[in-house]
Design a protein around this ligand. Structure first.
Ligand code: AHM
Ligand code: MG
Length: 334
């Protein structure tokens, strides 16, 4: 390992904070806490294949310990770490019906709230495909010194201060965005640190892949079906037909889209007009990251991040990825 160029997540966030003289360092300490939760989840995810030896998830193993389901483990890891963090006033999780306001004095005086999907794509655990944690950080709008309120958790995505994901894939990576840009850190297991590996990530303006659940074609609108025909059309000079890539794990599909370019779509359809994915836990954070990298994210009629949320768990259609490809898809989908 070459140590001369090693920049850890902690060092990097502190360096970024120094660019703002008024910054207090609370955001960087929050990112460190989320990174710590990610390391705990990573440790459990890497043991997932051993369930037959260690005991089924949800059951009790031979030592009498109960094996927690990974998504519940991830949820509890994040909640516990953020609860005892000095910089988080409360959380909302895809796994919990209600938001949670931490009621100690430190938390009541904290200016940030965190929303997360603790383990997205968890149906992929059994088949050893990539899964991920998605998070989003907002500055609270409620009064400091008091417990945070629902208004803090239902702000539009354009008020996010930072957002990111941790992907548990062939390696584990922490990718996060602020308005300064997007940076990726790979976990070096021997030292247990996320190290800067992908500085200043940019989503290419166009790509070669489209990514959606094409099995739902019969439920899609005419416009969507016309767009699919466009993707499959033979136009060599325009790189078409595009390749279809769909893992069914949003973090993994978005990570590829961010690095290689392309488009990811989860549209509304005849049975679910708002699609499947959650605005606050999946779509807003991914939109913030992709936009900070030069990409685009729309619900079909405007920017995802301009939606005024009415409830914590609301869903939205999403078209996200390379600028040129998303704009083209929107011409059809309208
Ligand atoms: P989850 O939050 O229950 O894991 O569901 C979200 C996942 C996304 O990761 C993925 O993009 C999508 O569901 C796949 O859905 P589908 O199987 O309908 O294509
Ligand atoms: Mg999810």
């Amino acid at each position: 390992m070459q140590t001369s160029k090693l920049i850890t997540l902690d060092e990097f966030t502190i360096m970024e904070t120094r660019k703002f003289p008024q910054a207090t360092g609370e955001l960087s300490s929050l990112l460190r806490d989320i990174g710590l939760a990610g390391k705990l989840v990573n440790k459990q995810v890497r043991r997932a294949g051993l369930v037959d030896i260690l005991g089924e998830y949800g059951a009790t193993n031979v030592q009498g310990e109960s094996q927690m389901k990974l998504d519940i483990f991830a949820n509890e890891a994040l909640i516990n770490i953020l609860k005892y963090s000095t910089d988080c006033a409360g959380i909302a999780s895809e796994e919990n019906d209600e938001y949670l306001a931490f009621d100690d004095t430190f938390s009541a005086n904290s200016k940030y709230v965190v929303l997360f999907d603790p383990l997205d794509g968890s149906s992929n655990i059994d088949v050893n495909a990539s899964i991920g944690t998605i998070f989003s950080i907002y500055r609270r709008v409620s009064e400091l010194g008091k417990p945070c309120t629902i208004e803090d958790f239902t702000q539009p995505g354009n008020r996010q201060m930072a957002a990111g994901y941790i992907i548990y894939g062939s390696s584990t990576m922490f990718v996060y965005a602020t308005r300064l840009g997007v940076n990726g850190f790979t976990l070096e297991p021997s030292i247990g640190e996320f190290c800067l590996s992908h500085a200043n990530m940019k989503c290419p303006e166009t790509g070669k892949y489209y990514s959606l659940n094409q099995g739902n074609t019969c439920k899609y609108s005419e416009g969507m079906n016309a767009y699919l025909d466009y993707c499959m059309e033979n136009k060599k000079e325009e790189n078409r037909p595009y390749g279809l890539r769909y893992i069914g794990s949003m973090v993994a599909d978005m990570h590829r889209t961010l690095i290689k370019g392309g488009i990811f779509i989860y549209p509304g359809d005849k049975s679910n007009v708002n699609g499947k994915l959650r605005l606050m836990y999946e779509c807003n954070p991914m939109a913030f990251i992709l936009e900070a990298a030069g990409g685009v994210a729309s619900w079909g009629g405007g920017n995802i991040m301009d939606i005024n949320p009415t409830e914590l768990h609301q869903r939205t259609p999403i078209f996200i990825g390379s600028k040129n490809m998303v704009n083209k898809a929107l011409e059809f989908a309208k």
